[in-house]
Design a protein around this ligand. Structure first.
Ligand code: KG4
Ligand code: ZN
Length: 319
């Protein structure tokens, strides 16, 4: 089954052509990071307008790169939710046009499901699977007993992890997007600043990052007010340590409680080196549990993951 997929939920315009959820013929991505860097975050109106400018060219590029005939395509897939509404509309309308012109059915994909299925491109699933979804907009622990069965065990009560990374980077003045920058800085620092590790009690699978975010910002302000220089590398390491500790503790506890066979990371923050390393160490202590995460190119927003997800969705929903 060959699927042409479109992803435009935030600031990446991406089109992919993928066979059976695994064989990626093309995965073209235009990132608007350089455009939004000027504002220190994604400006929705600007994002939609840039999707409009790029979408037809990216579709063209994906088709050329895949080197397949139009008649080889079986389905169109597109991210329909969640995301910035203006951005989503560009992808959905492009998908409708192609569907009409090629006379192909459309599969409307949930962006978070797509992030989870990014793992399937390079690794098979052994159920039950526990997915830690960590992106700019979401933080969730999702239990999957089979393909396309999603049970949310816990989620953030306030900020998403990626959002906290981005906000802190902006306040500390180190650039945008904050995740990869803070991650890199953390490698050169030590977690010496005492920051709250918010576990929300022994039994909770929910998350809260706004208190940690405020603690980092307040500490930084305190140094500025006293005309002292905070060690930004140590601050990055301290923040990352608090985040990774909480994410790993809850994931491992859930893996034990629900006897999962596989843990997967999903979303942009799955690219985080501290999280990958610590989770690898923690999963090694468990018996009979494997651990996987997508390659860097499939961690942040891309259309190949939407195609991988749609491969299962069309079967499940008889599209
Ligand atoms: O999944 P994604 O591309 O977009 C959403 O669906 O939100 O995730 C983007 C988020 C941003 O907040 C970015 O700062 C974060 O992922 N991110 C990282 C890293 N790379 C990207 N966060 C921590 N460490 C990284 N290496
Ligand atoms: Zn995403």
């Amino acid at each position: 089954m060959i699927i042409l997929a479109i992803e435009s939920s935030c600031d990446e315009t991406s089109v992919a052509i993928v066979e059976d959820g695994k064989k990626v013929y093309s995965n073209e991505i235009f990132s608007q990071i350089d455009i939004h860097t000027l504002y220190g975050g994604v400006v929705p109106e600007i994002a939609s307008r840039n999707h409009i400018k790029k979408i037809t060219y990216i579709i063209d590029d994906a088709l050329k790169k895949a080197n397949i005939k139009q008649s080889d395509i079986d389905y169109i897939a597109v991210t329909s939710t969640p995301g910035l509404v203006g951005s989503l509309m560009v992808g959905v309308n492009a998908a409708k046009v192609i569907s009409y012109c090629y006379n192909l059915p459309i599969c409307y994909v949930n962006h978070i499901h797509g992030h989870i299925y990014a793992n399937y491109i390079e690794n098979d699933f052994t159920f039950p699977v526990l997915a830690l979804v960590v992106s700019g907009g979401h933080t969730e622990l999702v239990l999957m007993k089979d393909h396309f069965e999603f049970e949310i065990l816990g989620q953030t009560l306030d900020d998403a992890v990626g959002e906290a990374y981005d906000k802190i980077a902006r306040v500390v003045g180190v650039g945008y997007p904050g995740g990869p920058i803070i991650d890199k800085m953390a490698k050169s620092g030590k977690p010496v600043y005492p920051l709250p590790h918010v576990h929300l009690g022994k039994n909770s699978y929910d998350f809260s990052f706004s208190g940690l975010k405020s603690a980092v910002i307040n500490l930084h302000h305190k140094y500025v007010q006293n005309n002292e220089e905070i060690n930004k590398y140590d601050l990055a390491a301290s923040f990352q340590d608090a985040v990774v500790d909480v994410l790993c503790e809850k994931t491992i506890r859930a893996a034990k409680e629900f006897n999962v066979k596989q843990i997967v990371l999903a979303g942009g923050v799955a690219a985080n080196s501290g999280l990958r390393t610590k989770m690898t160490e923690e999963v090694e202590k468990l018996d009979g549990v494997t651990f996987s995460y997508p390659s860097m190119k499939y961690c942040t927003d891309n259309a190949a993951m939407i195609a991988a997800c749609a491969y299962f969705q069309v079967q499940k929903e008889n599209i």
